[in-house]
Structure formats: C-alpha cells, structure tokens
Design a protein around this ligand. Sequence first.
Ligand SMILES: *Cc1c(COP(=O)(O)O)cnc(C)c1O
Ligand SMILES: [Zn+2]
Length: 405
Amino acid sequence: MAFSHLSHLECGWCGSERGADALRNLCPECGKPLLARYDLAAVRAAVRPQDVAGRAPDLWRYHELLPVTAPEAVVSLGEGMTPLLPVPRYGERIGLPGLLMKDEGLLPSGSFKARGAAVGVSRAAELGVERLAMPTNGNAGAAWALYGARAGLAATVVMPVDAPEITRRECAASGADLHLVDGLISDAGRIVGELVAASGGRVFDASTLKEPYRIEGKKTMGLEIVEQLGWTPPDAILYPTGGGVGLIGIHKALTELRELGWISGPLPRLVAVQAEGCAPVVEAFDHGERVTRAWEKASTVAFGINVPKPLGDFLILDALQETSGTAVAVTDAELLAELGEVTALEGAFVCPEGAAAFAAARRLRASGWLREDDRVVVLNTGAGLKYPETVPVDAPVLPADGRLA
Ligand SMILES: *Cc1c(COP(=O)(O)O)cnc(C)c1O
Ligand SMILES: [Zn+2]
C-alpha cells in the first residue's frame, strides 16, 4: 500500500497542473503558489479514521495525505499531536467557557513552523535538494535550519536584524549560513531570490509558499484538531496570520477531510487575526478584495505575523469567504495584555502571535460574532519562551541573608 497518495500539483490561482515528481517552485504559467493534490479515492479505500487512531502520536500518522513518498525519507524530531487544551478560567472571563487552545509551543524549535519544516525538508531531500535558502521572520528559519541539519542539508537563512534573537542562535547552532538584514522579511525575500537566481539551480528557494510542501506540514494542525475532537470540526478556528500558510493549510485539510467523507456539514468559520501595525489581510477582507495591498511601514511585537504582502493572500481570503469567516486586527497593547492574562490564568506561557488570537476571541465574543456555546479553537502558534523580552520583570534582588517580612 502506498505511503503517500500524492498525485500532482495544481496552481491555486490558474488551475494549471504539474507533475509532483520533480522540484517545483511557483506556477510557471502565472507565478502563484502550487498546491499538492492527492488521489483521495485511493486514500478512502486505503485507510479509515479509526486506523489512524492506532498510529504513533506525530504528524506522520496522516502520511497518506502528506507528500513524502517513502517512509525512509521522513525527517522527524517527533513533531505533531500537540495538546488541544481547555482554557476554562480564561474562557469564563471572556464569555467562552468551552474555549480550547491548540498549543503549538510544545513542538521542536518551540513553534508550529516545525510542522512545515519537517514535511518541507523531508520532501526537498527526497527530491534531491542539497542546499536550501529562505527569508524568515525568525521561527521558520530556525525550524528549517534545525530540520535541515537533521536531514544533512545545508541552509542559507536571511532574517531581519530585529527578529527574535533566540531564532538567530537556533540557526547558528544548526550550522546554517545565517545573514541578518537591516529591513523587513520582504527585503530578505529579495536577497534570497537573487541568490537562488544566481546559483544556477544549486540553491533551492524554500520561501513561504514558493515551494508546495511546507503548507502540507502545516495542514496537519487542521487534521489534528478534527481528530482530537472525535472527527467533528469545531465551530470556529482563530489563527494568527502572517504569510497565512497555517490558515490556508487548515482550510485545505478540512476540505480534503470533507471530500474523503471523514467529516460532514459546514466547515468551521476561519478567522485570520493580524496586528493593527500590519493588517493587509484585514484591510482586503473589509473591502471585499481578493488580494492584498502591500502594507506600508509594517511593525508589531508579534513578529511572526509581520508580513506586509503575503504571497498566498488570495488563498487566505478565499478560505475566509468560503467558511463565512472573518478577519480581525488587534493592537500590540491588547495582545500584550492578553499574553499576561492567558498566562496568569492558565499557566500556559503563550507567544505574542497566539495572544493576538486570544485578543480576537475576546473581541468577537463581545461583538456577538462568537456565541457563548460555540466550540472555538485558538491556535497558540509558539512558545512564550521564545520571546522573553515581551514580559517585563520587576523583582527586587535581596541580599543573601535577606528576608521578605
Ligand atoms: C510564522 C508565525 C505565524 C504566522 O504563520 P503563517 O502561517 O505564516 O501565517 C504565527 N505565529 C508564529 C509564532 C509564527 O512563527
Ligand atoms: Zn498558475
């Protein structure tokens, strides 16, 4: 029986098709992202939801719906099957007592970027890549550098100088070829593009959505949420959106599960959460547009969602439309306050991006868009530990023989 039922690649914009057996970047016809397609009839015949239940608790349990064709090609650090935790004390406070948090902070490298890296690096190595290059806001570069090391691949990473410092150190520790740029991720992207073009095919461009397989790793968040709820989708999923790969991936997962007949009924309403300092998706959604305009002077403490012009904007906006979802922007002050509140009430040290999604849950409950009895899942996309500077500490130092009273 086939390990993967990958069949071909299809452009998300113009629909043109390509074989999946060679290295690919963007659609050669229109320059938009290519998406992996599977022979879902074959998957349906080969596996049932109850078969998946008995497999190892990592994202490779969904291997029929992943692009890596040989089990030996899997490069893993044990990623996947993160907890779907009730957050009742916090939920009670914002009027959503049944609120759930999918905590991606427990993954290798401390962010959900590990999912995209595990699948993307495995597939790149399977197709013969020896060196990859990518621009990043930090977490993706760290994850790809670490998984690259695991796979024996060389990685060139370019990130803004003000990206979270720990992510630099992760790249350095993995032996990646690291470069800092005094600019934004879009500037890093141009630099990587020029390197790749000059390399004559020796360096593979692994930028967000410029290769088709990172999204396949990220879609496993959607597969896991549904499996963890007993193969019933929730009513709404809130996702902190930068490049939007996670949201596009969750939507893709839900669509594939519906085509498989593993779930039925309406899909969960998807919510793209952004920071007010960088909200191109919210702006486009509010104006009913299908693509974004590049956001000027993008800036937010939630670094992972500081993406001025996502390449897959139309896929994000389509997912919001198709699921009757919405897009919400919150301020840095709001998300930092929420970070403190979630952590103090629930003991889960969430990241600023995850905190933005919690702040959006509060707003959407207050506006009535979310109802009290809705089953709502918030994605905490990374560990608060990766952003120590977001939490001020005011603790006096006592002398060695000091006392508190
Ligand atoms: C990259 C990142 C995001 C945004 O992810 P996309 O799927 O690219 O929108 C959110 N949170 C964290 C912690 C990230 O590292
Ligand atoms: Zn195309």
